[in-house]
Design a protein around this ligand. Structure first.
Ligand SMILES: C[S@@+](CC[C@H](N)C(=O)[O-])C[C@H]1O[C@@H](n2cnc3c(N)ncnc32)[C@H](O)[C@@H]1O
Length: 338
């Protein structure tokens, strides 16, 4: 049985959380999981395939194996474990893009400015890069691509849970506001054959979505229209429901009220807004939302409580009707015209 750790030992381990994230990042960048998908390999063979030093690679893999990512077998061979398998690319439950994105140097630089943000209230990302997050991504198309793929990695688990949790209207139009590559919209359209969809995002993102597998899939493409624009100016008109996943958490209250007001102005009379975010609950239980909130602090946004969502809705002329939980860490916050 594992020894129960003392508080100082637990703190020692928590404080080096980034050691593990660096190891996982290097493994993901080297695509070690892909190189092992045919079965176990010796460290020398793997090092040659990855073009790295075998001695250092052995130590990297041994450390990863100590936390359940890869496993060492006889003869200095390594194989995949279920956790390591999530680092494969191009598989349905891949976390490869997410692992890369949250560890890229540009993301680390912004986390390095967290103490500055806590002291001054300034946005750490801007302190590190001189511009806000989404402007930075627009200026760096390769990083934008990695970011888009990382959101799709998270979505693989979340989308089916969201699609299953809510009864979407029939013979209606659902607008996915800032829907990225369209994976959520495609999942909802697949589950609701009588629903039409509009995927809306920034021009660069829509250009990529047009070629992506999600909205071009059989049975989805003919029910899905793509539009680009800026949600601070306007969103597509005539929708019966406006869904936005991981959007309001990116922005401050004033910016959120602008986005919600634009949805209110664009939607049909009985239209609904469906905000999909982590709704912060009281108490000290482990919480994805409370940690994600710090990533949002870095980029100038925040995760919110139900009361904070209700206040945003009211300021945009909307009324919060209910919060629908899902089987993932996100909830659907529903609103109608007040
Ligand atoms: C955190 S991602 C969420 C994407 C998607 N909803 C998902 O859950 O995977 C935020 C999205 O907001 C889009 N976005 C940022 N600023 C925008 C703007 N001014 N107008 C429209 N879309 C914007 C980004 O391009 C990005 O796709």
């Amino acid at each position: 049985m594992a020894k129960k750790l003392s508080p100082p030992e637990i703190m020692r381990n928590l404080a080096i959380g980034y050691w593990v994230s660096r190891l996982v990042y290097v493994a993901a960048k080297l695509k070690l999981a892909d190189l092992l998908k045919g079965g176990s390999r010796t460290v020398e063979d793997l090092a040659a395939a990855a073009d790295v030093q075998p001695a250092a690679l052995y130590r990297l893999l041994r450390a990863l194996a100590s936390v359940g990512i890869f496993a060492e077998t006889k003869g200095r061979r390594f194989k995949l474990t279920p956790l390591a398998a999530t680092l494969k690319t191009g598989v349905p439950d891949s976390m490869h893009a997410w692992t890369v994105m949250v560890n890229e140097p540009w993301m680390w630089d912004s986390w390095n400015a967290l103490d500055h943000g806590v002291k001054t209230g300034e946005m750490p990302f801007r302190k590190a890069h001189g511009v806000p997050f989404f402007q930075f991504l627009e200026q760096h198309p390769e990083d934008m691509k990695v970011f888009g793929e990382s959101m799709s990695s998270l979505s693989k688990v979340e989308n089916p849970a969201i699609a299953a949790a809510y009864t979407f209207p029939k013979n209606a139009t659902l607008v996915d506001v800032a829907g990225g590559h369209g994976s959520l919209l495609a999942a909802i359209l697949k589950a609701n054959p009588r629903l039409q969809g509009v995927l809306f995002d920034q021009p660069g993102v829509i250009a990529r979505a047009e070629k992506d597998q999600h909205v071009t899939a059989k049975g989805i493409a003919r029910r899905c229209r793509l539009e680009s624009g800026n949600f601070f100016e306007a969103v597509p008109t005539g929708g019966d429901a406006y869904i936005m996943k991981y959007i309001l958490h990116d922005w401050n209250d004033e910016e959120c009220v602008k986005i919600l007001s634009n949805c209110r102005a664009a939607m049909n009379e009985k239209g609904k807004v469906l905000v999909v975010d982590a709704v912060v609950s009281p108490g000290n239980d482990p919480s994805w939302g409370k940690l994600l909130d710090i990533q949002m602090l870095i980029i100038g946004g925040r995760e919110r409580t139900k009361a904070e969502f209700a206040a945003l809705f009211a300021a945009a002329g909307l009324k919060l009707t209910r919060v629908v939980p899902t089987k993932c860490a996100l909830s659907i916050v529903e609103g109608v015209r007040a």
